[in-house]
Design a protein around this ligand. Structure first.
Ligand code: NAD
Length: 323
């Protein structure tokens, strides 16, 4: 029998090479499951030492039924599918991987911005349907000399500001109430209030987390305040933008275009009116993905567990368990 029972709750990867490489020194391989519901989870997890969870809901009932578990490690940045309070009470670490896709998401924001400005996705769709000379449809404008606004200046927002610095922008405004103005200035950017940024920017890219305070941060009022030539990019989380207001803004020309990787409801419903608009570029919450980021994610999620089973805190803790 293996020394530790490490369970994967939902099977979303084709192999577990990275995890098993990390656990080699423990002489353990992960046990892969794809739980249909809580009853099956309780049965398997009651004697598990560690849990690797992707999207499966680690509820209070399941957590309370686990008698040996020391850590729940989430594959990803967010952890809203884990009842952290219940885990803390039960003496279980919760951990995550906050930094596996900084390169990918910042690339994706840049790609959506360039696609929107240069109308790449639109032109591709039109050419396939037999059209040409598309510049007559509506005007494009030069990037050099314009103003960019970045909302949320953490790991991804900062990386995005560096990547965008070769485009000849006039200035980059940053709104992040939790970052010191002098730290924003270090990146050659200008600290701004949300209101200033929304009114002044030609392009806006959102990189703040979803919290109570950021829900619908961009709503009807913000769209009305934006320039009619403004392009909005969201690779953060859908609910930061009121989607009905976004539709109206795009439809009625309150803004020029949007590049959207994340929606209020995912997958984007088939009858979403956003699908009918030409001036939006949509991707399927794909900002995080590259083959390299998956390897990094799987390795780091497993390393959180390795550290705890060796008697240390996880590399990226979310809580501090009561023992
Ligand atoms: P981070 O925690 O490093 O940075 C987030 C920044 O947002 C912080 O500096 C914080 O101070 C700031 N912030 C918080 N509240 C704010 C507010 N009200 N207004 C302005 N700024 C505020 O996170 P990160 O790694 O840069 O990731 C940013 C977001 O990207 C994540 O929260 C996640 O939602 C999203 N994300 C998306 C994908 C994808 O596949 N599209 C992948 C990873 C992350």
């Amino acid at each position: 029998m293996e020394k530790y029972k490490i369970v994967v709750t939902d099977n979303r990867y084709s192999n577990y090479l990275e995890e098993n490489t990390v656990f080699k020194e423990l002489g353990v391989k992960v046990q892969i499951h794809d739980f249909a519901g809580p009853a099956e989870a309780v049965e398997v997890l009651k004697d598990a030492d560690a849990v690797l969870v992707n999207l499966f809901s680690m509820t209070k009932d399941i957590i309370n039924a686990m008698d040996r578990c020391k850590i729940i490690s989430r594959y990803g940045v967010g952890y809203d599918n884990v009842d952290v309070d219940a885990a803390t009470q039960k003496g279980i670490w919760v951990a995550r991987v906050p930094d596996y896709s900084i390169e990918e998401v910042s690339d994706h924001a840049l790609a959506l911005l360039l696609s929107s400005v240069r109308k790449i996705a639109y032109k591709d769709r039109m050419i396939r349907s037999g059209r040409w000379n598309l510049h007559k449809d509506w005007p494009s404008y030069r990037i050099a000399g314009k103003t960019l606004g970045i909302i949320g200046f953490g790991a991804i927002g900062q990386k995005f500001s560096v990547k965008i610095s070769g485009l000849g922008l006039k200035k980059v405004l940053v709104h992040d109430p939790y970052i010191k103005p002098e730290d924003i200035e270090t990146f050659g950017c200008i600290p701004a209030s949300l209101n200033e940024l929304v009114k002044d920017a030609d392009y806006i890219s959102i990189h703040a987390p979803l919290t109570e305070k950021t829900t619908e941060l961009i709503d009807r009022k913000a769209f009305i305040d934006m320039k009619s030539s403004c392009i909005l990019i969201n690779t953060s989380r859908g609910p930061l933008v009121n989607e009905q207001d976004l539709f109206t803004a795009l439809k009625e020309g309150q803004i020029a275009a949007a590049g959207i990787d994340v929606c209020e409801v995912e997958p984007l419903p088939e009858n979403s009116p956003l699908r009918t608009l030409d001036n939006i570029t949509l991707t399927d919450h794909a900002g995080w993905y590259s083959e390299e980021s998956v390897v990094e994610l799987k390795t780091k999620a497993a390393q959180n567990i390795l550290q705890v089973l060796k008697g240390n805190p996880p590399v990226y803790p979310v809580n501090k368990p009561l023992t």
